[in-house]
Design a protein around this ligand. Sequence first.
Ligand code: SF4
Length: 360
Amino acid sequence: MTTAPTTLLMETSTVRPIDRTTSQPPVVREAWKQELAEAIRDPVELCELLKLDLDPLKLHPAVDHHADNASQNFPLLVPRGFVSRMKQGDPNDPLLLQVLPRPEELHDAPGFVSDPVGEQPARRGTGLIQKYHGRCLLLVTGGCAVHCRYCFRREFPYAESGASPASFTDAVTEIRSDQSISEVILSGGDPLLVDDQLLETLVHDIASVPHVRRLRIHTRIPVVLPSRITKQLLHILHTTRLTVCVVIHSNHAAELDCVVAEAMRRMGQVVPLLFNQAVLLRGVNDTAESLIQLSERLLDLGITPYYLHLLDPVHGASAFDVPEHVGVQLIEELRNRLPGYAVPRLARENPGTPSKTWLA
Ligand code: SF4
């Protein structure tokens, strides 16, 4: 996971003192960039904020250097707004567990690898990945607004992938040359982390390809940094000729507070297709009650609970693994208690297959 894109944002949005000699107005950083700049990056600060006892958790670097190493390889990053939804004094808070580095991340677990969904063989250069017919995925940036400990791309070689603004022209040329591509998926990292200007240019260029019909955006930003859902961003999504589909990533109802709800309400006014995909995570959402609450809350916000993914077995994430048969049982319980449209599809991604595998 690179931090370069975040650096790019910081450079373009530095707050400068008023220059009284030229009377130039100060550069005002947009609220979401300010929030991102102030995100928590230190596990000790996070634990102190949440009034957690550091020693029993073995989190303090002075107590356990392994936790510190896990943090260095894939550093903690979490916006303060997301932290404010965590329960103070609860080391098992489901939101906290998703972001807090743990010593267990350094343990090797059988079957847990660096590329669990087989993306490396599917790379088409210039930041493009194509695994499935008719769709291709464009890595817009390697940066995110949060670092999720279970992320299947936590070891993705962004620096080698060609994912950069400079490569977008080549990527669009490649898409233009392949008439079979009707849907472009913006991914990352988190594609909404880039500036509006860059995003607008990219969406415009993709829309200039006649055979592309849909633009899909996979993002966790509406959940962890809802201030990013600005008027300008919504204008970009509203004015493209492409049918826009936004897939947010939320794993727990507690993530979806009233600030997120308001951001999603505004997004729903301009985006015709809003879906959620969650990952089934041990200790976070591996009970029927938790998944039901998530589905109910998503529907309140006008979002269809679309996928529930089994964990992709990436290095460092084995503590989150939930066995497949447990996932199937949970979906059965959801079927008994929710209307059909509120039950997500349980799926697993198997490298090299032409589609995801539906499990229930
Ligand atoms: S926001 Fe998405 S890409 Fe970024 S760390 Fe989390 S799961 Fe991975």
